[in-house]
Design a protein around this ligand. Structure first.
Ligand SMILES: [Mn+2]
Length: 349
């Protein structure tokens, strides 16, 4: 449906404004998408004042304080990208800021009529064609293949991007032209993601500007990111080499406690290692007051959307993708939620 808009993005209308904000996810796809937006906005109108923002790392909703603060800054437009905020959050943000709101995403979500909501999935377009927000945005902006577009796609799927034949062919062509290897891409993604994994929110906010340099060496040789990576690799290795804490048939549970935000990485690695199982990882160490509960299966052994809706109905922050379920739960309620989820999984729902 939006294909008719390619070449004529409705985003171009922001040239009538002076001030805008980009709210993006803290991971490589969010950072890459923010870089693509910055690049586009500069091209559309060089005098535009653009700021970027990411919620406190791990929070998939904006607090009332954050919404009021953003709302008081007189942004005329706000672009949300690659972060699956709840609908009421986005509506409140619109109401408080009185800004024109654009929302680009590739997560499963219901359509929000009140904003410019651009998501291939809600148009019924096969997600295979748009593996990341950056990829979708790059198509929407009618760019040729760019480094940020590729990095976002590789970030969201790692080596499994190779299974998405059409996209991977394009990535292959890009690699050939740029002289980079697929491993270079993986390494860049890993480096960019170190910012959020060590909890450096300022680093996340600066990263889109580093990507704007359009120079892979600047990414690969970044000294801070390389140092972060050393620390994190060691920690992931440790956490994925221990046996599960608990087994329930096809369900394997790891109860871990790490101060780094590596729960998603650890869950992904464990799911790949245990292809016939549902992997559940509970990390007690990232938030002081809440636990992260992640669930993943390489073989689609559960319906993540059903579980996400269910967790939402219980009032928990929850999100995910086709094969991933993630929730953040007050520490006193973790065991309760876990038991309910296990019961549901065993019923085969
Ligand atoms: Mn993404």
């Amino acid at each position: 449906m939006f294909s008719s808009k390619i070449g004529e993005p409705e985003l171009r209308n922001v040239k009538k404004y002076e001030r805008g904000l980009i709210i993006h996810h803290w991971d490589t796809d969010g950072i890459s998408s923010a870089a693509l937006l910055l690049q586009y906005l500069r091209k559309v109108k060089s005098e535009l004042a653009i700021e970027n923002y990411t919620p406190p790392i791990g929070n998939y909703r904006l607090s009332d304080d954050e919404i009021e603060k953003i709302g008081s800054k007189n942004y005329q437009f706000i672009i949300i990208v690659d972060i699956n905020l709840p609908k009421n959050n986005i509506l409140k943000l619109k109401e408080y800021s009185k800004a024109e709101v654009f929302y680009f995403d590739h997560h499963i979500q219901e359509r929000i009529e009140e904003v410019h909501h651009l998501n291939p999935l809600i148009e019924g377009i096969n997600g295979e064609k748009y593996p990341s927000a950056s990829w979708f945005l790059n198509c929407y902006l009618n760019n040729s293949v760019t480094l940020p577009a590729v990095l976002g796609a590789v970030a969201d799927h790692e080596t499994r991007i190779k299974d998405k034949k059409e996209v991977y062919r394009t990535i292959g062509e890009y690699l050939e032209k740029s002289g980079l290897s697929f491993n270079d891409l993986l390494r860049m993604v890993e480096l960019i993601d170190t910012n959020y994994k060590v909890g450096d929110r300022e680093g996340v906010l600066k990263a889109p500007y580093t990507l704007l340099e359009n120079d892979s060496r600047i990414i690969l040789e970044n000294p801070v990111w390389n140092k972060n990576l050393e620390v994190l690799r060691k920690e992931v290795e440790e956490q994925t080499s221990i046996p599960p804490t608990r087994r329930e048939g096809k369900i394997l549970i790891w109860d871990i406690n790490t101060p780094h935000n590596i729960t998603s990485t650890v869950t992904r690695r464990l799911a790949w290692k245990n292809n016939d199982s549902i992997v559940v990882v509970i990390n007690r160490g990232w938030f002081p007051d809440r636990d992260q509960v992640y669930m993943r299966s390489g073989n689609k052994l559960f319906d993540s959307q059903e579980l996400i809706n269910f967790a939402h109905s219980l009032g928990y922050d929850s999100g995910g993708k086709e094969e991933v379920f993630a929730a953040v739960v007050p520490k006193s309620e973790t065991e309760k939620l876990l038991e309910i989820l296990l019961k549901r999984l065993k019923r085969g729902k």
